[in-house]
Write a protein that binds this ligand. Sequence first.
Ligand code: G
Ligand code: G
Ligand code: MN
Ligand code: NA
Length: 253
Amino acid sequence: LQREHEIQDAIDQDQFLLLMQPQISIHEESLFRVEALIRWQHPQEGMLSPLEFIPIAEDCGLIIPLGRWVLRYACTVGLQLLEQGIPLFMAVNVSTKQLNSPDFLEDVRSALEKTGYPATNLELEITESSFLEDMDGAIAKLQTLRNMGISISLDDFGTGFSSLHYLRKLPIDYLKIDRSFISTLDEDRESKAITASVIKLAHTLNIKVIAEGVEQASQLALLTQWNCDLAQGFYFHRPLSVQAIEELYYTKY
Ligand code: G
Ligand code: G
Ligand code: MN
Ligand code: NA
C-alpha cells in the first residue's frame, strides 16, 4: 500500500525516467531503433527497476496513468531527437491492463497529437497475456493502431503461451524472441532449434524478428546465419540515457 501512494506521488513529482536501448539491424541499414525502458529515480532508494514497481502498478490500477506518462514522455523525447536530425524509431512497452483499458487508443492518439511525434516512428510492444481475456477486442485495437501507422511487436515470445494460433491471428510486425532462448544458444540444442525455426516461421508469415538479450559474439553469429532481422542486448549497448543516445548517434552513425 505504501508503494501505491508513492507511485502516484512519483508521477506527479517527475521521478520516473525512460532509458533507451538500441536495437541493431543485422543485415541492412535501418532507422536508429531503440526500446524505451522505464526507471524510477526514487528519492531514498535510488534507481529502481520496473520489476519493483510495474507489477504493483498493474495490481492497483496505477499502470493506466503511469502508462499514459510513458507514452507521453517517450513521444516528447522522440520528437526532440527527430528534430535534432536523428532518424529515431522507438518501441514502447505496453502492459496487458493498459492495452485492455477502454482509454488506451485515446491515450496513444493524444500522446501523438500533443507531442507531434509521428505514428510511423512508434512501435508498441505487447505480450501474449494481453489476448487471454478478449482476443477479438485486443486484435481490433491492434488493427486500429496499425491503421494509424504504428508498428506492433510481440514481446517475450516463447515465455508465455506462444500458441501458433497467436502468430496466425495477431496483426503484428515484429516478434521478439525472449532472452531466455538467446542466452542459452551456445549450450542448448533445443534453444538453437527453437530460435532457428521461429525465425523461419515468422519470415514465412511476413513478421520480422528481434532477438533480445544478445550478450555474446557467438550468439550474434548464429542469429546472423539464421537471418534474424534485429538484435538487442548488452553485447551492443545497455539501456542508455537520452543524452548518451544522442552522443552514440553522433559518434557512431
Ligand atoms: O528495463 P528492464 O529490463 O529492467 O525491464 C524489466 C521489465 O519491465 C521488462 O519486462 C520490461 O518489458 C518492463 N518494462 C520496462 N519499461 C516498461 C514500461 O515503460 N512499461 C511497461 N509496462 N513495462 C516496462
Ligand atoms: O521484457 P522486455 O523485453 O521489455 O525486457 C527488457 C529488459 O531486458 C530490460 O530490463 C533490459 O534492461 C533487459 N536487457 C536488455 N538486454 C539485455 C541483455 O543483454 N542481458 C540481460 N541480462 N538483460 C538485458
Ligand atoms: Mn520489451
Ligand atoms: Na522481453
